[in-house]
Ligand binder design. Structure first.
Ligand SMILES: Cc1cc2nc3c(=O)[nH]c(=O)nc-3n(C[C@H](O)[C@H](O)[C@H](O)COP(=O)(O)OP(=O)(O)OC[C@H]3O[C@@H](n4cnc5c(N)ncnc54)[C@H](O)[C@@H]3O)c2cc1C
Length: 235
């Protein structure tokens, strides 16, 4: 048995709920599957300050509650399940839930987002939103006028480092090998920026809050004195 759906939305982050609001108001009766992270990535953040309409900032989970309410208000059918298979080869778009239901949809909007590629350290988890961040554009402002560190050597790390170099006195880029993976042009930009200090052949194996709070003038200490940005390579 399959269920016929007009407009299937996969994902319940800002993109999914935005699509749902528009689709519902257009009379498309959207059905939205939340996936394993109802509300998406903003459910794990605290203060969101860069969305228009929230002049005093808002907590991520509260904002996502409001997105959900707005989508529901126009009749979005929200379901708490995961889509674990799709088939878009035929004239009807097919999708299957983790509960085994088969869905046939005229239109499918995929808004499954992305997730930050964390280092996987226990200390990183503990200090997330307390000086450790996965998004320079989101959180850099909180750490302006402070030294920061970025872990990574790809294009994302290079972008984050460049962005932070305009806000922070020093950006320490911690690179595992003796070369960067970033595109040539991004590497050149990073290496040309005087307040980005690259630490080659350096592995980040611990983040310490004590060290982050300690004041020191020496180069090594100022590195551990930094706030940490994990480059958001998307997985
Ligand atoms: C710690 C942190 C802090 C951040 N702070 C800010 C900030 O202050 N300001 C800012 O602008 N941005 C911030 N961001 C970035 C922001 O969260 C993302 O840009 C935004 O969430 C992307 O929205 P999205 O809807 O595309 O995807 P996501 O929020 O990633 O949502 C993806 C959704 O897809 C669902 N999904 C995935 N797979 C399936 C599946 N198979 N079936 C069904 N559903 C599925 C998930 O359950 C989830 O609901 C932050 C991110 C993090 C991690």
């Amino acid at each position: 048995m399959s269920e016929k759906i007009n407009c299937l939305i996969i994902g319940s982050g800002p993109a999914g709920y935005t699509a749902a609001i528009y689709a519902a108001r257009a009379g498309l009766k959207p059905v939205l599957y939340t996936g394993m992270e109802p509300g998406g990535q903003l459910m794990i953040t605290t203060e969101v300050e860069n969305y228009p309409g929230y002049p005093k900032g808002i907590q991520g989970p509260q904002m996502m509650d409001e997105f959900r309410e707005q989508a529901e208000r126009f009749g979005t059918d929200i379901r708490y399940a995961i889509i674990n298979k799709v088939d878009f080869t035929g004239p009807v778009h097919k999708a299957w839930t983790d509960g085994g239901e088969e869905l046939h949809a005229d239109a499918v909007i995929i808004s499954t987002g992305a997730s930050a590629k964390w280092l996987g350290l226990e200390s990183e988890k503990r200090l997330t939103n307390k000086g450790v961040s996965a998004c320079a554009v989101c959180d850099g402002f909180f750490f302006r006028h402070m030294d920061v560190a970025v872990v990574g050597a790809g294009d994302t790390a290079a972008e984050e480092a460049m962005y932070l170099s305009k806000l922070c006195p020093n950006v320490h880029l911690i690179v595992r090998r003796d070369e960067m993976r970033a595109s040539k042009i991004m590497q050149e930009r990073v290496l040309r920026t005087s307040n980005i200090i690259v630490h080659w052949n350096s592995v980040t194996d611990e983040i310490s809050v004590k060290m982050m709070l300690k004041q020191s003038a020496s180069k090594t200490q100022s590195l551990v004195n930094s706030r940490l940005f994990r480059s958001r390579d998307f997985s």
